[in-house]
Design a protein around this ligand. Structure first.
Ligand SMILES: *[C@@H]1O[C@H](CO)[C@@H](O)[C@H](O)[C@H]1NC(C)=O
Ligand SMILES: *[C@@H]1O[C@H](CO)[C@@H](O)[C@H](O)[C@H]1NC(C)=O
Ligand SMILES: *[C@@H]1O[C@H](CO)[C@@H](O)[C@H](O)[C@H]1NC(C)=O
Ligand SMILES: *[C@@H]1O[C@H](CO)[C@@H](O)[C@H](O)[C@H]1NC(C)=O
Ligand SMILES: *[C@@H]1O[C@H](CO)[C@@H](O)[C@H](O)[C@H]1NC(C)=O
Ligand SMILES: *[C@@H]1O[C@H](CO)[C@@H](O)[C@H](O)[C@H]1NC(C)=O
Ligand SMILES: *[C@@H]1O[C@H](CO)[C@@H](O)[C@H](O)[C@H]1NC(C)=O
Ligand SMILES: *[C@@H]1O[C@H](CO)[C@@H](O)[C@H](O)[C@H]1NC(C)=O
Ligand SMILES: *[C@@H]1O[C@H](CO)[C@@H](O)[C@H](O)[C@H]1NC(C)=O
Ligand SMILES: *[C@@H]1O[C@H](CO)[C@@H](O)[C@H](O)[C@H]1NC(C)=O
Length: 690
């Protein structure tokens, strides 16, 4: 299996003592070459699709360069032209990286051995997005056949700040580093050894850095899948894996999941949101607005609908679906559509009455939601959304001009057939999200902040303004779904999302998943999945459901299901109707008079379904219809700094070494050939023995 990067990259370092020693090392003590391993290093990795490879990589033995800390525009010239000791390993702030990376650094790659980007502790004031300006432009519904005037973001460029950096190819490693002691050590090493004062040239030994991120896969997905197969017959060494995870879904009325395909008389409203996100760097993908805002609103809406759909079930079913891998050409939704077409899902496309998708709903400044629909399919049928927002602070409007749908899972359903539907967003045309699919799309960007002296448990319960705003969105979503499912308008007043729930879920995903609430909601064997950091929503290549997937599944089960502990002991055994319900055992909370947790069994309709692109089942690695993204494998991800002697000195050392070797070889030769003379005394003549 793929080596776990976090283990390699965040292994306990060799120690602080070493870094302290390094900074006090004398200038000419070449012998005392000390390596300082870097603690927090997140690489940019190689991904491949049908036609391209993107991302970064190092040589097999790592890339070495003389450290150069880039502080302003002026000294970029040193790296690219005037510096006398290339190649350089450039350390820079992320704002400078965005500005230089594409043209200057990339083109100067003969003098650039690698780049380490220091990520700031606070978000920049200027918006920026490393994603493309027209996300998933080739795999949505707007092809030349569907409506040529709308293809390729012709009408609206959705992500105008997108630089496309995440889709570039770099032939050197690029790592992200946190502003912390490591970067302090690096800066100090640079100051002590590499800085040219007063126009003079810095003297050897110089401080150098080595980055390892060698990637096994090259060229494109077809090539690496072929190589996987060849290698597999010899030794099971794979070079790349398809991006994949699992979708999470549930329905308000349970569906027989054993009987696949069309269900007579079943009509479902599909309520969708996407789970995943990405950024330029491998495992930093907080996706606060681009993913989390939407799926948290949908989770809270599902919770708000639990009672109403039990007490006064609307005629239609509601199917909640959380799609994974949508960032990479709609992996999750295209797979569900494919499964529905192949009678491999609990319902089929004919069972779908309509679609309501929750997109980016961070609600910047103005409390307005926009209902986007597809101008082509809208001509025939529409979704009824009036009255859902009455009595709330948010208003719901339509963009009011003919505009295609923003990038959304719904597009994959439309691609299959003209199902009516809407996508709820907080923007009328282009995204208001100024950090789309970047590492800054985080809790800070959504203004999630807490009074300074709260304990983690108090923060968990503290209702932030963001949570209040998102609660209103969730209420609108819940009521719209209820009406869409044919429910009575008279009940709408009783459908309200719970701000407490919303604030907890936001805290759990964007601040700290290792909190007392999430701990109760999952089984004990998943506790290791909880962390004190924001969740990473990059889809990955796991054969097993990833952390966000499992958390969403258990949350959805908790928010829509019921507790059935009395029939279970320490596990969900003796279950009724397993075709209809899924049963999950969770560890629960400890009662006040005890430290032992009291677990329970949840019964719900929350299930997982594969989110692997159909291209890999069909072996169509050059598919134009389905996602073909794969991730390269790698062995080592690490970074370290050390002092290097000059090239001449190294050469001299080598030369002397070679000289010594040659001399000794010669001596050996002479001695052995003249051995009879040298060692003749007291010996028989050599040829007399045989
Ligand atoms: C590396 O990170 C760990 C955990 O945060 C910390 O304890 C350690 O001191 C760090 N080491 C360096 C060199 O920064
Ligand atoms: C593969 O990715 C590259 C880079 O984003 C893109 O230009 C190209 O169109 C993609 N190929 C396909 C078949 O989608
Ligand atoms: C960073 O260095 C400071 C002072 O040198 C020290 O107090 C602190 O514990 C270090 N932090 C980590 C994470 O090692
Ligand atoms: C640069 O020159 C000034 C005066 O000539 C001197 O005081 C200073 O120490 C020099 N700095 C370095 C880094 O050599
Ligand atoms: C679910 O479907 C399976 C296969 O069609 C069938 O055998 C089973 O009886 C169904 N279960 C229920 C509860 O309808
Ligand atoms: C709209 O309906 C007409 C007639 O029912 C049908 O021919 C056409 O394909 C439909 N268009 C779309 C986009 O659904
Ligand atoms: C966060 O606060 C700033 C300033 O108060 C505001 O401009 C911005 O729109 C807010 N963002 C969100 C997501 O509420
Ligand atoms: C999670 O928090 C608990 C305390 O609530 C702590 O004991 C545990 O070590 C933490 N787990 C991780 C992975 O940080
Ligand atoms: C959901 O979790 C809470 C604990 O926060 C628990 O009290 C409740 O019983 C759970 N409900 C279900 C259906 O699991
Ligand atoms: C804890 O309290 C509950 C009721 O409050 C009681 O049923 C249970 O026996 C107590 N457990 C212990 C270990 O005292």
């Amino acid at each position: 299996s793929r080596p776990a990067i976090s283990v390699t990259a965040r292994d306990p370092p060799v120690g602080h003592e070493r870094s302290r020693r390094l900074t006090s090392v004398g200038c000419n003590s070449v012998e005392k070459k000390i390596y300082v391993n870097l603690n927090y290093t997140v690489p940019c990795v190689r991904l491949l699709n049908a036609t391209h490879q993107i991302g970064c990589q190092s040589h097999l033995s790592g890339n070495v360069g003389v450290l150069h800390v880039l502080e302003s525009e002026e000294n970029l010239d040193w790296v690219l032209h005037s510096g006398l000791t290339p190649p350089y390993l450039v350390i820079l702030e992320s704002s400078l990286f965005t500005r230089y990376s594409e043209h200057t650094l990339k083109n100067g790659s003969s003098r650039v051995a690698g780049v380490a980007v220091v990520t700031p502790n606070a978000n920049p004031s200027q918006g920026t997005s490393p994603h493309t300006s027209c996300p998933n432009e080739n795999t949505g519904v707007y092809t030349e056949n569907y409506d040529p005037t709308m293809a390729r973001c012709n009408v609206t460029v959705w992500n105008p700040l997108g630089t496309g950096l995440s889709y570039e190819e770099f032939d050197f490693p690029i790592f992200a580093m946190k502003e912390d002691n490591d970067t302090q050590v690096i800066r100090q090493c640079y100051m002590d050894h590499n800085r040219a004062g007063n126009g003079s040239t810095p003297q050897y030994p110089l401080c150098a850095m080595q980055l390892y991120s060698h990637m096994s896969a090259v060229t494109d997905t077809a090539t690496c899948m072929r190589r996987n197969n060849i290698n597999f017959s010899l030794s099971p060494e794979m070079v790349c894996d398809p991006l994949s995870d699992f979708n999470v879904w549930a329905s308000t009325r349970p569906l027989n999941n054993t009987a696949k395909g069309h269900k007579e008389g079943e009509s479902v409203v599909l309520a969708a949101a996407r789970l995943d996100s990405r950024s330029f760097f491998f495992d930093i993908a907080p996706g606060a607005e681009s993913g989390v805002s939407g799926f948290v609103a949908l989770l809270a809406a599902a919770h708000a609908l639990r009672n109403a759909t039990q007490e006064a079930p609307p005629p239609r079913n509601i199917l909640y679906a959380f799609f994974h891998g949508e960032t990479f050409d709609y992996i999750g939704s295209s797979r569900m559509v494919y499964d529905m077409e192949k009678n491999n899902f609990a319902v089929d496309l004919d069972n779908i009455h309509s679609v309501l998708e929750v997109g980016q709903v961070g609600l910047h400044a103005e409390s307005r939601l926009w209902l986007h629909s597809d101008p082509v399919s809208r001509k025939n049928s529409s979704v009824n959304e009036e009255s859902a927002a009455s009595g709330l602070n948010v208003s719901v409007e339509e963009p009011g001009f003919s505009q295609p749908l923003p990038p959304s899972s719904f597009q994959r359903f439309l691609r299959a057939r003209p199902i009516p539907g809407v996508v709820i967003e907080d923007h009328r045309s282009a995204f208001t999200n100024s950090f789309y699919e970047s590492m800054y799309d985080n809790a800070e960007y959504l203004n999630i902040s807490y009074p300074p002296d709260l304990t983690p448990d108090e923060q968990l319960e503290y209702v932030t303004d963001t949570a209040k705003a998102l609660t209103e969105v969730a209420t609108v979503v819940a009521r719209t779904l209820y009406i869409q499912a044919g429910g009575a308008e008279s009940r709408l007043g009783s459908i309200n999302a719970d701000p407490q729930m919303v604030t907890r879920i936001l805290y759990g995903f964007l601040v700290r998943s290792n909190n007392s609430w999430f701990q109760q909601l999952i089984p004990s064997d998943l506790v290791s999945h909880l962390t004190d950091r924001p969740t990473n929503f990059y889809v990955g290549v796991a054969q097993q459901p990833g952390k966000p997937t499992l958390l969403v599944q258990y949350l959805l089960a908790n928010l829509t299901g019921i507790v059935v502990s009395d029939t279970c002991f320490n596990n969900c055994v003796f279950v009724l109707l397993p075709q209809m319900y899924s049963y999950l055992w969770v560890q629960g909370a400890a009662p006040p008079n005890s430290t032992e947790r009291v677990g329970f069994c949840m019964r719900s309709a929350a299930r997982l379904s594969k989110a692997l692109s159909p291209a890999f089942d069909l072996h169509e690695y050059t598919s134009k219809d389905y996602s073909t993204w794969t991730e390269s494998r790698w062995k080592t991800i690490k970074g370290r700094i050390f002092l290097v002697a000059s090239h001449e000195l190294e050469m001299l050392t080598l030369g002397v070494g070679v000289g010594v070797l040659l001399t000794s070889l010669m001596l050996t030769y002479i001695m052995s050939s003249k051995a009879d003379i040298l060692f003749s005394s007291g010996r028989e003549p050599a040829n007399a023995t045989y």
